[in-house]
Every structure is written in C-alpha cells, then in structure tokens.
Design a protein around this ligand. Structure first.
Ligand code: FEO
Length: 382
C-alpha cells in the first residue's frame, strides 16, 4: 500500500537474464504498477508481459471485484506496456489515457483496439473524485511519449522510469549504485530533457515518488532529486579516480592496480578499478559518469586499442559522456597505438580534458613506468 487509496500491484522479475537484452540484473528488476481507488479507479501502467499473469492476479486482488475506469500509460516501452492488451481483454471498458505520441507508439508495438481512449496533453487534469491527476510531458526521458502524472490529493508523482533502479523490490542493496547504473545506461544520454522535467517537478508539492522500477520513495525526497540533478547535469558526483582497464596479458592490469595503490597512498578518497573484459560494462559506464577523474589503461591491438576499451569509449560517446578529466595509460610492445586511438575517440566528446603526462608501457611495467605512474598520480591529485 502506498497510501490509503493507492495500492502497489507491480511484480518482481527474478528470472530475467538481461534487462533490455543487455544489462545484467543479478537481483532482478521490479515492474511497478499502481491502482488509485476513488469514485473512479485508475491503473497506472501495466508490466512486462513476462509477468502478465502474476500482475493480473495482483490487480484483481486490489480491485476487489471492481473494474478500472482508466489505464494511464506513462511509457510505451514493452517492460511496461506489453500487458496493455491482456489488461484490456480483462477490463474492456477501461479508457486508455495517454498523449498523442503514446497512441502512435503503442500502435508500433501492439495490435490494440482503442475504442476507449483519452488523449491528454501538458497540464490536462483527469478527476477521479478527490484524486485529481495532472499530466506532465517528459519527452525523451528517455522515449518521446513519456509523461509523468501528479496526484494532487496524495501529492504523488508517478515518475515513469525516472527515479527507478535495477533490482527486485526486496533486493538488499543501496539505492544509489543500482539507480545510477540504471540512470546512466538507460536515461543518461538525455541530460537536458531530464533537467527540463526536474524544473517542472520543482513547481509541484511532491511527498511521494512512484517510479516504474524500484522502491516507492517516501522520505528524504530531496536526496533523490539532488542525485538526479547532479547526474543529468553531467557533474561529477564522487570524489576520487576511476580506473578502467583492458589488459591482454596482465601487465596493463598491473599498471592500473599500481596507479590505484599510489593514489591511495597519496590520500585519494577513492581509487576504483574495473576490468572492462571481465566486469560489468554497465557498471563501468555508471562509474565513468559518477567520478570526475577517469583513467583509461589499455593494451594496443590491431594497430588500435584492445576491443573492450574501444567498445567502452564508443559506448561513452553514445551516452553523451562529457566534462571529465581523462588520463591515459597505453601498453604496446613494438608499436604502441592505444593512446592515439583512445585520444581520437575522446576528441569526439564534449569538454574532455586529457591529463598529461600519459604513460606508455612497453611490455612489462618497469621502474621508469612506476615513476611515470607516480607523476600521473600527482597530476590527478591536483
Ligand atoms: Fe522501464 Fe523505459 O522502460
């Protein structure tokens, strides 16, 4: 139960291997849906059809034999809208509420008959009785049709994907890391649209945030709003250095580890390392955005850079990575080429500063390289 009138009817998905076909979710994911019980009854979104049966069961229990009057579709992505058809088969009298884009997008994915449809736009109000729902358009957060809904009675913001996280509802994990991994990998490219929506949200008296994934947020909301403000403005959140490496024979990994050790000795608040070949690429992306200073350490390969690093850099570029200080460590036995390739890709991003001196290792890490790592650590500590 979210409030006396608002019930949670979502489901956990702990069977999914990769969310959106690419993101590891070791603790599963929650597809959230809510019911608002008033003179009229509204259901806020459905769930992924993977969990359709459990969802319809939850819904039936919450409705206690009543029929919903409205289904509000905040977001058409199939992890939320792929049970709309099953919902309408069960409750054919319900009116589907969305904006003009919602219905265009639904038609791209699902064969649906919208004999009962209500098209809303920014600021429109739908009265359920004492609960009045107003609609806040949130285009490109992170799809074009996304809209948020504000319930002025319980002061709830139904926030679509915003403020969501990976992990089933009962996952015992801090909100920040899985929310950041979710945000940067799924929404991160769209900082400006998120900033626009945060400005709209600032005009509302919000006491509860009901996202489409992760827990309902009821306390200390400024904490979550601040995180979203930092993340969407591409400002660094964490002090310290993030070192991502791609290493052929372990020497580059050794250099990355040595640099982390030196940084810690020099009092760096955090020096996090991550192996791009073995660790989670989505975690690497989130860390790159959360830290202000990044070190990329990679072996040369095929006259360029090791493929895991090349992928990582292109992934960062695609996600609008910007405003960061980046240092480079390359390894190359006979023709080092990693630094040039990394620099070329970084030069295609906005406001990236390359920290000098870069370090070039020829094979194994030698005494002179340790000195270079010391010098690099000094630069990073400035
Ligand atoms: Fe949770 Fe963009 O879907």
């Amino acid at each position: 139960m979210v409030t006396n009138d608002v019930l949670y009817v979502g489901v956990d998905d702990k069977d999914i291997d990769l969310f959106e076909g690419q993101f590891a979710v070791p603790n599963g994911i929650a597809y959230n849906s809510y019911v608002i019980l008033d003179d009229k009854i509204a259901v806020m979104d459905t769930v992924d059809r993977r969990k359709k049966d459990a969802y319809l069961e939850n819904l039936e229990k919450a409705l206690c034999g009543k029929c919903p009057d409205y289904l509000v579709v905040s977001h058409v992505e199939p992890d939320h809208a792929s049970s709309v058809k099953a919902f309408l088969e069960k409750y054919p009298s319900a009116t589907v509420v969305g904006n003009a884009k919602t219905f265009q997008m639904l038609a791209l994915y699902f064969d649906l008959d919208f004999s009962n449809a209500l098209t809303v736009k920014e600021g429109d109000i739908l009265s359920l009785g004492k609960h009045e729902l107003s609609f806040v358009m949130a285009p490109m957060v992170h799809w074009p049709e996304v809209m948020l809904t504000y319930d002025s009675f319980d002061k709830i913001l139904f926030s679509a994907d915003a403020f969501g996280k990976f992990g089933a509802l009962n996952a015992q994990e801090p909100w920040d890391d899985e929310a950041a991994r979710y945000y940067f990998n799924i929404v991160g490219k769209f900082g400006m649209p998120v900033q626009t929506v945060l400005k709209k949200a600032a005009t509302l008296d919000i006491q509860i945030i009901c996202p489409l994934h992760g827990p309902v947020l009821k306390e200390n909301l400024s904490y979550y709003l601040d995180k979203y403000n930092i993340w969407s403005s591409y400002a660094p959140e964490k002090e310290g250095v993030f070192i991502a490496f791609a290493s052929l024979h372990g020497n580059t990994a050794g250099a990355a580890g040595k640099l982390a050790e030196i940084l810690r000795e020099k009092g760096c608040p955090e020096a996090a390392t991550l192996d791009l070949a073995r660790d989670d690429m989505a975690d690497a992306l989130a860390k790159a955005f959360r830290y202000g200073k990044i070190v990329l350490a990679a072996s040369s390969y095929n006259g360029g850079v090791m493929p895991y690093m090349e992928f990582f850099l292109h992934y960062l570029k695609g996600k609008n990575f910007q405003k960061r200080q980046v240092a480079l460590i390359e390894n190359g036995s006979w023709a080092p080429s990693a630094k040039k390739t990394m620099t070329d890709i970084l030069s295609q991003m906005n406001s990236i500063t390359i920290t000098e001196p870069s370090v070039t290792i020829r094979g194994a890490v030698k005494e002179e390289n340790i000195k270079e790592l010391e010098a690099l650590a000094d630069e990073l500590m400035k």
